[in-house]
Design a protein around this ligand. Structure first.
Ligand SMILES: [Zn+2]
Ligand SMILES: [Zn+2]
Length: 107
């Protein structure tokens, strides 16, 4: 199994502002990391996550598979850097970690 990062197209959501009834529209993408045997299975699994509720609403009736992008979470050194493998923390790849620490020290 491989970790795939599935990303939707932009979803526009109106931010409700009570005084005026309607606020600005905020655009975002639905993102989910799934452990799947192939990219099409990865899309199907991502659509079942709560992260993709907004995308399913946006599609309402249209094929929700259209417009989804699937990527492997591999870094240039071939090590998976997805959320499952390294959380939102440091990279798990030793070479990326060196880069990461270098950037960090430059702050
Ligand atoms: Zn991973
Ligand atoms: Zn790396």
């Amino acid at each position: 199994m491989t970790h795939y990062i599935v990303v939707s197209e932009e979803v526009g959501e109106v931010i409700p502002i009570l005084d005026y009834g309607q606020g600005p529209i905020e655009y975002f993408r639905c993102v989910a990391v799934v452990d799947a045997p192939n990219p099409s299975k990865a899309k199907a699994m991502a659509l079942k996550t709560k992260e993709f509720n907004a995308w399913l609403e946006e599609c309402s009736g249209d094929n929700p598979f259209v417009g989804l992008k699937v990527e492997k979470g591999l870094c240039p050194h071939g090590i998976c850097q997805c959320e499952i493998c390294c959380g939102n923390d440091e990279p798990t790849c030793p070479e990326c970690l060196i880069e990461f620490n270098k950037d960090f020290n430059e702050l």
